[in-house]
Write a protein that binds this ligand. Sequence first.
Ligand code: CA
Length: 227
Amino acid sequence: MRVLIVEDEKRLAATLADLLNREGYRTDICYDGTSGLDEALSDRYDLLILDVMLPGLDGFGVLQQLRKEGSPLPVLMLTARSDVADRVRGLDYGADYYLTKPFESQELLACVRLLLRRGSGESRPEDGIRFGDLQLEQGTFQLTCAQRSIRLSRKEYDLLELLMRSGQKVLTKEQLLVKVWGYDSEAEDNNVEVYISFLRRKLTHLGSRVRIKTLRMVGYCLEEVAE
Ligand code: CA
């Protein structure tokens, strides 16, 4: 398994590389966004660890360009900022996971293992979840409708998976918040709304007949509308 580290803080980059090398991963380091993007597009890597604040092209720019080029490379973003807007932005651009500095090495290794497992195609066809004209793939986070396909961020995936599994049964905002963000998270109801709107945009983009229905003061459920 080969990991690309794009991080301009040389000591942190070296520490990350050491940590991963000791676990048997091969690593390469880039110290700026532009060369990082070139390397990431080379198809030689299984995972990208990407810092947000970089000289030249920043982490968001790298990520955006990478996804624009159609790269499915799993991306773990690192940031010193704990700003919710930043995290949402990163995830919306297609990051798979977000770690806020400083983090524990065990936490980082757990994320790396998770993302590599997910990217290694361990998923089986029965891992796909269906609702209406939608199919959601667990292994790739790919949402498909007819011939169109789109890749979801982690949170979008978790949220849509819950909705698809519940189908027309209503889930409350609190249920979604706890299941997707967890009890201890600082996320608020507002996060659910933000991600529901991301998903709605994606459903529209795919031309799906599935809608996320809002039941005021109650919650959300899916419905399939006639063409
Ligand atoms: Ca940096």
